[in-house]
Design a protein around this ligand. Sequence first.
Ligand code: RUQ
Ligand code: CUA
Length: 651
Amino acid sequence: MMLAAGMSALVFASACKPGKVSQTTDTDAAQKVYVAPGEHDELYMFASGGFSGQVAAYGIPSGRLLKVIPVFSQNPENGWGYSEDTKPMLNTSHGFVPWDDAHHTELSKTNGEDDGRWLFINGHNTPRIARIDLSTFKTVEIIELPNVGGNHASPFCTENTEYVVGNTRFSVPYDGKGDVPIETYKENFKGAVSFVKVDKDNGRMNLAFQLLVPGFNYDLAHAGKGPSHDWIFFTTYNTEQAHTLLEVNASQKDKDFIMAVNWKKAEELIAAGKGKKQPADYVHNVWDEKTHKGVSTPKNEVITLDVTEHPEIVYYMPCPKSPHGVDINPSGEFIVASGKLAAVIPVFSFQKMQDAIKNKQFEGTIGGNLNVLKYDAILAGEVQKPGLGPLHTEFDDKGFAYTTMFVSSEVVKWKVDTREIIDRIPVYYSPGHLTVPGGDSKKPYGKYVIALNKITKDRYLPTGPELTQSAQLIDISGNKMKLLLDFPTIGEPHYAQTIPAEKIVKNQKRFYKIEENNHPFATKSEKDARVVRTGNRVDVYMTAIRSHLAPDNIEGIKVGDEVYFHVTNLEQDWDVPHGFAIKGANNAELLIMPGETTTLKWVADRPGMFPFYCTDFCSALHQEMSGYLRVSPKNSTTALKYSIGNSPITH
Ligand code: RUQ
Ligand code: CUA
C-alpha cells in the first residue's frame, strides 16, 4: 500500500503539469547575478550533460555557459572522437563507443577539499570513468570497468583522491558468465565495486581491484572524511533482487540499505595478497599531452576480493526505502541517505555505527555472513516531514544541509545537528541533484545552492516536444533561501560540482610548447611541410600559422588515396587555435590548439578540385587561410607536387 501511494505520487509529478506558479524572487536578484561585461564570474560549475555524454562549464552567478567538454561523445566543434588522435579515447572492449550517459561530476580532492586539478565523470551505459584535466579542460583519460552493468554509483573519490570508486547499478553475472537464465538472478547476479587508484602526481588511473558484493542495485556513493576517512558508503535498492517489473517488485521492503565499505581494510587485504586474479576484458585510454594523441591499451585481468570471505570490511545499514543519494557532512560524522519513496530523511552517526560494529548490534545478515547493523543503534535522528521524494543533499559552511525533493519540487534547508527544518523553497520543477560550491567537501564555500531541475514546463520559450532542462541559482547566504536566476542547461545535468574560480584559473595552460611536441607527424617549421606518398597512403605534413596553411597547393592525389592531414599549429600564444576542413570530409573538422598537432583522415573519392581552409576565424586574413588539393583518376600520371607561394617547398 505504501508502495502504491509512493508510486502514484511519482507518476503524478511528471504527468500533471501545473500552470504558472507564483514565486518570490529576491528584489535585488538581478544585481546579485549580474556580472558586468569584462568581469569574471566568481565560480565555475561543472555539470554533467546526462545523455549528451559531455560536461558543461558554467560561470556562477551569471549562469553563462563557458564551454562544453566532450567526454564520452564525439564533438564536431573540435573534432573530438573524429580526429585520428582522439578516436582511441572512445575505444572500449566493445569497440568504438562514441556516446554514453554521463551523470556525476566529481572534483579531485586534497585533504577533503576540492583542489581544482581534475574532474572525474562516469559513463553509465558502457561502464567507464573519465578524467578531465582542468588546466586544459580536456578529457585526458578514460578507463573501462569490467563486471559491471550500469556504472551509476560512480565516480566518487576518497578524501585525498586515493581512489575513485564506482559500483554497478544493474547487478549482472560477472563477465564471461552471463549466459544464464534471467530467473537465476538470485544465485548468479552480483555487484562489483571498482577501486580505481589515482596517481597523486599525474592523475593516472589504474583499476586496482574490485570487491565482489551481493547482487543488489547500487545507486550512489560518497566517501567519508575526517573520522570516516577509511569508509565509503553506497546506497542500494532492489534488495528484493527482482529482475522484472522493478517499478513494483523492487519496492516491496520497507527498508533497503546503505552498504558501508572499509576501503582501507580492503586495500590492506589486497596488499596482503588476498585478492584473486580474474580474467576481464577492458580497455584503458590515455591522452598524451606531448604526443597529442590518445593511446588505447587492452587489459585482460582484474584483482577481485569476494567480501563474503572478509565480512569485516562490509556492513549494511538499513535505510528507508529505495534510497538514492548518500551524502556525508563536512565533519565526516553524519551520513545522510535520501530514500526517494521514504517519508523521512535518516541521518546516521558514524560514531554510533563504529560502536554498533564493536558491540555487535546486528539485526541480520546478507549473503550468508555480511552483518546488517541495527537501525536504531546507528541513527542520529530523522528529518521529519521533509517533503516528497528526497533525492540528494549538499552542505554549506554554516552547519546546514540542503536536500532536493523530486516529487514536491522544492529544496529544503535543515540543520545537520538537530535535523530541524529551517526553510524550504519551491523550484521549477522536479530537482534531481543540487550543488553547493564545495558542498560535498570538508570545507564548503557555501553562498549558493544550484538546483538541477528535470522538468521546466512553462518556464522557458518552447522548443518543440522537448523543453529545456535547467538550473536555478538560489542565494543561501542568509537565513531564508532566495531564488536569483533560472538558466537552461545542456543535456540533462544530473550532478554538478561548483568551485571557486581562482582554484581553476591559476592552473590554466595557455598553449602547448612547440619544442615539446612529440606527435609522430609534427611539423615544427614551415620549411619542413611536405607530402609523402607510401602506396595509396598519403601523409600531408601541414603547418598553420596566421594566416596560411603550408602547403596550400597539392597535386598528384589519386582516387582511392587515403590522405592523412597532420596539421601542426605553430602559434605560441594564448587562444589562437586554427581549424582545418576539406570538402567531402566525412568525419569533422579539426580544431588545433597552439603548439598541437592533429590528424584528419580523408579519402579521395572522385577526381576534382578540393578546397581546404581554416575553420576558426583566427585573424583579419582568416578568409585567406585556404588552399587547393587536386585529385586525379586512379590511373593518372599526375606527379605528386606541393607548394606554397610561387616556389615549391624545399628542405
Ligand atoms: S542521479 S538525479 Cu545519476 Cu540522482 Cu541523476
Ligand atoms: Cu587560421 Cu582562420
